[in-house]
Design a protein around this ligand. Sequence first.
Ligand SMILES: Cc1cc2nc3c(=O)[nH]c(=O)nc-3n(C[C@H](O)[C@H](O)[C@H](O)COP(=O)(O)OP(=O)(O)OC[C@H]3O[C@@H](n4cnc5c(N)ncnc54)[C@H](O)[C@@H]3O)c2cc1C
Length: 560
Amino acid sequence: MPDKKYDAVIVGGGHHATIIACYLQRAGLKTAMFERWHEMGGGACGEELPLPGFIQNVCAHFTRFYTNPAYSDFNLRDYGLVYLFPENNEAWIYPDGNYIMGKTIFPVVDPLTGRSEFSQAAADYTIKEIAKINQDDANTVEQIIQNFKNKWKKAFGLYRYTGPGEWGNGPDPLEALFDDPKSGLDRDLCMGTVGEIATRMFKSPEMQTFYMRAMQTSNGLMPCDRPGPYWHVHALGLILSMDAAAIVTGGTHSITHALLRAFQQYGGEFFVLNEVKKVLVDNNKAYGIELKNGDRVLADIVVSDLSVELTLEAVGKEWTPDELWEKAQKLKVKPPTLEDTGYERTQLMWGNIALMEAPVYPMNPELGMVPRLYFGKADPDYFLSGRYQKERWEKGIADQLYLLVAPDVQWDKTRAPAGRFAALVEEFTCPWRNFSEREWLRMKREIETRMVKEWAKYAPNVTMDNFISAWIATPDDVVNRNLCMPQGGWGALDANYECLGRMRPFPEISGYRMPVKNYYLCSSAAHSAHGIGRGSSYNCYKVIAQDLGLKYRPWEERGW
Ligand SMILES: Cc1cc2nc3c(=O)[nH]c(=O)nc-3n(C[C@H](O)[C@H](O)[C@H](O)COP(=O)(O)OP(=O)(O)OC[C@H]3O[C@@H](n4cnc5c(N)ncnc54)[C@H](O)[C@@H]3O)c2cc1C
């Protein structure tokens, strides 16, 4: 059979592949994606779990993809991507029944474009809630909200959707705020560890714990890690309910479905159950791929949606500079201490718990309509002392749980059979290699019961009588599904400051161009890191458009 030929081929059909594929095809390049799994989307996949009739986001659940340029560039709402925007946002309930509940401070005013506007009423509400706990913290929060409104929100979006640029080209949009005396972004504070920032910024144990716990949800960072300005602003945005805690109708997989519909409409092709064996290289130039079944597919450019070590392994050692190869291979070695990073930070136990009826929170029934609801003891020392991390590393499940519950079904009735309830429940664990498959299976059962018991402390009707079923994914489930998550975490690399911006994945290849010509990296192993809707694929497309002189450049009109 003669070799197939495309203008562009993409290795992997994960989340970022489906974004960049739309841009490349829209720009006129005949594009094809090759995915090893039986369906597209990678970490944006969904399954019918824990029982038929329920839909579970087995990987990404919390998404704000409506902020990604692709959402409006391809009119994805027209292709079935419908976001819902609850008014309530993040809340935390403490064991004594006290709670903090936030309302979205920048609600979406145009669901077609995702445009949001500042709401003073929501800001006042959130500040008042924090004042119930501590007036000093409420004052701090009031100032942070002003900074967000004036400078941070814009710089944050720019940072995410522009590449890190060339070395020597000046600060990135967030670092530039350090030089602006009116920005309120304190460089010395931002350069601290998560623990240092939490304790310097907030006075109350409640807010300190909230910041440190949220830092794990968004990026897996431990109290000893340095988040840098990006994750600092991001975590504050979460705990203070800045952007809408949006809900995707039908689950995260709807994002993939909409992108694929748009891609096909432009004439693109994708192939599942087609594992790529290697990238074909000649004379230091990529010219196509070879599939595991031996077929070859030729292309002018090859884009990788894989982790960094798989991206380099696909071209092989002979085409990769020695130092780079060594660095990538080191990611596979178990780091010696708890402080080391690589693939050590983002492992979860999470999944759906299905109930006969929705939980009722006696302290305020409105808490049942909060899309991101945390509970746990205000205990900064548990985080700061390293006990929370150490217990997880040694036992898989920590002694004290810090659950996050997301009852999307309250808004999206497609996720459960009529009259039934399900919520995603999240807790953290350790890298996959710390335990055997048998031990992960044991923990999968244990965590179910512990989650239900913990939940019942805040919503007493969450009893075993109310319980229908649960399916909690462990790192073992993630590893079996996706080769790009080698330790069963959600990140295609950790996200501490040393692994961001121009340092991601490594300083010499942070510009989306790989060591051989015509070979690019679009996955979340590149800036702006992991997560649904982040900027790596969009930024990678910008670089390709520059290299190939493509005319489709929607950022020129929009400015980013
Ligand atoms: C348990 C879990 C929870 C998460 N929670 C969230 C969340 O709440 N919010 C959020 O924003 N993000 C979350 N994420 C992260 C998010 O899913 C990822 O950041 C995102 O999917 C990364 O996209 P990507 O395109 O870089 O890689 P992926 O989506 O992982 O895609 C890579 C694709 O490449 C395929 N592949 C690998 N090797 C080959 C090969 N040789 N040939 C062909 N195909 C290959 C894989 O099968 C996969 O489909 C979570 C992830 C996990 C695992």
